[in-house]
Design a protein around this ligand. Structure first.
Ligand code: GLC
Ligand code: MG
Length: 245
């Protein structure tokens, strides 16, 4: 049996160094049977930087910029890039979002070819995000607004989130959903749980993901008690991956 492990970085794999080290140890032992993919809101460069800083293992795949880019080692997957470019009008999307006073643009390194990112200055302004999504739809722009950590606002192509990128990768590898575990803690991870893959939500998950789980969680999802990478290990045990690998 093999396993595709797709994990978010900040506050999931990374957050408790002892937990990360323990998971790294298990992964190193099972490395032959595991396809490892990191799935993050960060850019590829920023994610690699974090990998070095926190002694993470080199993964087989990177799903970066909230699922808009997939890298196999250092090269961008051209098929995924082409798929997302269809119907993506970055300029029009950015200028519509810039019209919203509640949003402040994130720094340039956080902008991507298929990702326009802002900060929501004040949580009380959150309803503006629904207005933005409605305006994008009305204008016929194929884009989705993703809100994470009560502050980060990412606008990406409708087809390009972490969940869709994971399914694309899984199908490419011919791995079954029941041999795949997705792991996350925040709003940009919700799409990971909207597919058929097994999913663990770490114990330190943020309210936006917890409330999604309360309302829409499925039997193939598991809310761990343990936090950060310890929660991933708890999920691996719950779905019996620890025993079978
Ligand atoms: C990372 C990215 C940021 C994004 C956030 C949530 O922090 O750097 O651009 O908004 O993840 O997806
Ligand atoms: Mg996270």
């Amino acid at each position: 049996m093999s396993l595709l492990l797709v994990t978010d970085l900040d506050n999931t794999l990374v957050g408790d160094d002892d937990g990360t080290a323990k998971l790294n140890q298990w992964l190193s032992d099972a490395r032959e049977q595991v396809y490892l993919a990191y799935s993050t809101g960060r850019s590829y460069d920023s994610a690699r930087h974090l990998m070095a800083e926190r002694s993470l293992l080199e993964p087989d795949y990177w799903i970066t910029a909230v699922g808009t880019e997939i890298y196999t080692q250092k090269s961008l997957d051209p098929t995924w890039a082409k798929q997302l470019s269809t119907d993506w009008d970055r300029k029009a999307v950015a200028s519509m979002a810039e019209g919203f006073k509640a949003l402040e643009r994130q720094p340039e390194p956080d902008q991507g070819r298929w990702k326009v990112s802002f900060y929501l200055e004040n949580l009380a302004e959150a309803p503006a995000l629904e207005d933005l999504q409605a305006q994008l739809n009305t204008a016929g722009l194929s884009a989705q607004v993703i809100f994470s950590g009560s502050r980060d606002v990412d606008i990406v192509p409708a087809a390009g989130n972490k969940g869709n990128a994971t399914t694309y990768l899984r199908e490419h590898l011919s791995i079954k959903p029941e041999e795949t575990l997705v792991c996350g803690d925040s709003g940009n991870d919700i799409s990971l749980y909207q597919q058929q893959e097994r999913g663990v939500i770490v114990g330190n998950a943020l309210p936006e993901l917890l409330s999604w789980y309360e309302q829409q969680g499925q039997p193939h999802h598991y809310l761990a008690r343990a936090t950060y990478a310890w929660g991933i290990l708890e999920g691996l045990a719950y779905f019996q991956f620890l025993r079978h690998l």
